[in-house]
Design a protein around this ligand. Structure first.
Ligand code: HAM
Length: 420
C-alpha cells in the first residue's frame, strides 16, 4: 500500500465539523470590531526576514528559535509571519495610511507560524485575530482596545477568564530598572535555572515568565517596575484602570507580565483562562509607540492585541457543539419516480437560497432519515405516491416530530417563513 502523507507536526487540519465554530468566532469578531470603527486589512504571510527581527527583537525567543526563515529561489531571506503586528505596521508605513486620517484602526485574522514544541493550545501553525490602533498615545485608547477585546470574548459566550494588566513603563524608565534587576538576579545566579542564565544576559525581565519553582521563588522579592515609575506613567496607568472600571471590565494588576515581544512599552495586558492548562493566555497585547518610526515611518504611537483562535476554540468547543443549530430541509423520496420530482424541488430550493440536500440515488427511507439527522437538518420533506398525486410533500420537523402537508408550489416560501 502507498504510504499516507500526514500533516506536519504542530499543523492541524480544521475539519468541517469544527469549521462552524471558527466561522462563528470570525463573524462575531467582524461584527464587534466594525462596531468600534476597525477596518480589516489583509497582509502577506511571507515577509522579508528583517521585518520581524527588527520589530519583534533580535534577542526574543520568537526570533532566536521559532521563526520559519528560508531563502527563496531568488536568494532572498524570507519568513513566514510569526505574528501580525509587524506586517500591519509595515503596510501602514508602506502605504502612508496616516495621510488618510491621523487615527487608523485596523484588524486582521489569519494563520501565524512559530516553530514551538507543540502541546495543548500551542501549535506551529496557529491563527490569530488581532487589532491595531494607530495615532493616539493615551490610556483612553489602551482602554478602548481592551474593552473591545473584553466585549468580544463575552459575546462569544466565554465567561471563565481573567484580565491581567501591567505597565512596562517608558524605555527611559526601563533602563535604570533593568540594571537594578540584573544586580538582584545576579545575587541568586547559582539558584537560577539554565534558561534564566540566558535570560539574565539577554532580557532579565523574562525571568518573571519562568515556570521553575526555585526561579519563581526568587522572582517574588525582585524589584518591580511598578514601584519605579515616573509620576506621569503612574497617572497614565491609573487612568487606564479608571477607564476599564467605568466600562465594568474586571482586571487584576500582575506586575510580572512582560510579554514575549520587544516592541512594547507602557501598557501591557493578557487574557488568561485556567481552563487552558499551561498555555493559559488566549490573548495579549499592549502599547508600542516606537515601532512605526523604527520601521521607517513617521513618529506615530500605537496599541493593539491579538487573540489565539485555537485557544478560543478550546474554550468554546464543548459549549457550542452541544447547541448546534439545526437548519434546512432534507428531501426523502419513497420510490424512483418521486426521486426525480424531489431532485427538481431540490434545485428550486437551492436557487431560492434554502439549504437543502438529498441522496444521490434512491435509498431506504431509514437510511435517508439517518443521514438527515446526522447532517443536522431541521426538516425532512417526504414524497411518496400519495404526495405526488396531491402535488404536496409531507414536511416533518425533526426536532419536534410535528408533520404537515405543504403544496410543492409554495414549499420555498413556506420553508423561508418557518426557518425565519
Ligand atoms: P502574542 O502574545 O505573542 O502577541 O500572541 C497573541 C496570542 O496568540 C497568544 O495570547 C496566544 O493565544 C496565541 N498564540 C501565540 N503563540 C501561539 C502558538 N504557538 N500556538 C497557539 N496560539 C498561540 C502577539 O502576537 C502580538 N502581535 C499581539 C499584539 C498585537 N500586540 C500588539 N498588537
Amino acid at each position: 500500500m502507498n504510504k499516507k502523507i500526514q500533516t506536519l507536526t504542530g499543523m492541524n487540519d480544521i475539519l468541517p465539523d469544527e469549521v462552524s465554530l471558527w466561522q462563528f468566532i470570525e463573524k462575531t469578531a467582524r461584527d464587534v470590531f466594525d462596531c468600534y470603527g476597525f477596518s480589516e486589512i489583509r497582509v502577506p504571510l511571507l515577509e522579508d526576514a528583517s521585518l520581524f527581527s527588527r520589530s519583534i527583537g533580535e534577542a526574543t525567543e520568537v526570533v532566536q528559535k521559532e521563526m520559519y526563515t528560508f531563502k527563496d529561489k531568488g536568494d532572498d531571506l524570507i519568513t513566514l509571519r510569526p505574528e501580525g503586528t509587524a506586517g500591519v505596521v509595515r503596510a501602514y508605513v508602506q502605504h502612508s495610511l496616516q495621510t488618510a486620517d491621523a487615527i487608523t484602526k485596523l484588524y486582521y485574522m489569519g494563520p501565524m507560524f512559530r516553530y514551538e514544541r507543540p502541546q495543548k493550545g500551542r501549535l506551529r501553525q496557529f491563527h490569530q485575530i488581532g487589532a491595531e490602533l494607530f495615532g493616539v498615545d493615551s490610556p483612553i485608547a489602551d482602554a478602548e482596545v481592551v474593552i473591545l477585546l473584553d466585549r468580544f470574548v463575552k459575546k462569544l459566550g466565554i465567561e471563565n477568564y481573567r484580565l491581567e494588566i501591567n505597565t512596562l513603563g517608558t524605555m527611559e524608565e526601563r533602563k535604570p530598572y533593568l540594571k537594578k534587576l540584573v544586580t538582584y538576579f545576579t545575587g541568586f545566579k547559582d539558584k537560577l535555572c539554565k534558561d534564566c542564565h540566558v535570560r539574565l544576559e539577554k532580557n532579565p525581565q523574562r525571568i518573571f515568565d519562568c515556570k521553575n519553582e526555585p526561579c519563581k521563588i526568587i522572582c517574588q522579592e525582585a524589584p518591580l517596575l511598578l514601584n519605579e515609575l515616573s509620576a506621569e506613567s503612574s497617572a497614565n496607568f491609573e487612568s487606564f484602570k479608571k477607564y476599564l472600571s467605568e466600562a465594568e471590565v474586571e482586571f487584576t494588576v500582575n506586575p510580572h507580565i512582560v510579554r514575549g515581544l520587544d516592541y512594547y512599552e507602557k501598557t501591557a495586558f493578557e487574557f488568561v483562562s485556567s481552563e487552558l492548562g499551561s498555555q493559559s493566555a488566549f490573548a495579549g497585547g499592549g502599547r508600542y509607540n516606537r515601532l512605526v518610526k523604527e520601521l521607517g515611518g513617521p513618529d506615530v504611537p500605537a496599541v493593539g492585541f491579538a487573540l489565539g483562535c485555537e485557544r478560543l476554540v478550546l474554550l468554546l468547543k464543548s459549549k457550542l457543539l452541544a447547541t448546534k443549530n439545526l437548519e434546512g430541509v432534507y428531501l426523502i423520496p419513497f420510490q424512483q419516480d418521486c426521486w426525480a420530482e424531489c431532485h427538481k424541488i431540490l434545485l428550486e430550493l437551492r436557487d431560492e437560497g434554502i439549504k437543502s440536500e438529498m441522496d444521490y440515488e434512491l435509498k431506504s427511507v431509514k437510511s435517508q432519515m439517518r443521514r438527515a439527522n446526522k447532517l443536522g437538518f431541521k426538516y425532512a420533506a417526504f414524497m411518496g405516491e400519495n404526495e405526488i398525486k396531491k402535488g404536496i410533500v409531507t414536511l416533518k420537523d425533526l426536532q419536534t416530530g410535528d408533520q404537515t402537508e405543504v403544496d410543492t408550489a409554495i414549499l420555498a416560501s413556506d420553508l423561508r417563513k418557518r426557518i425565519k
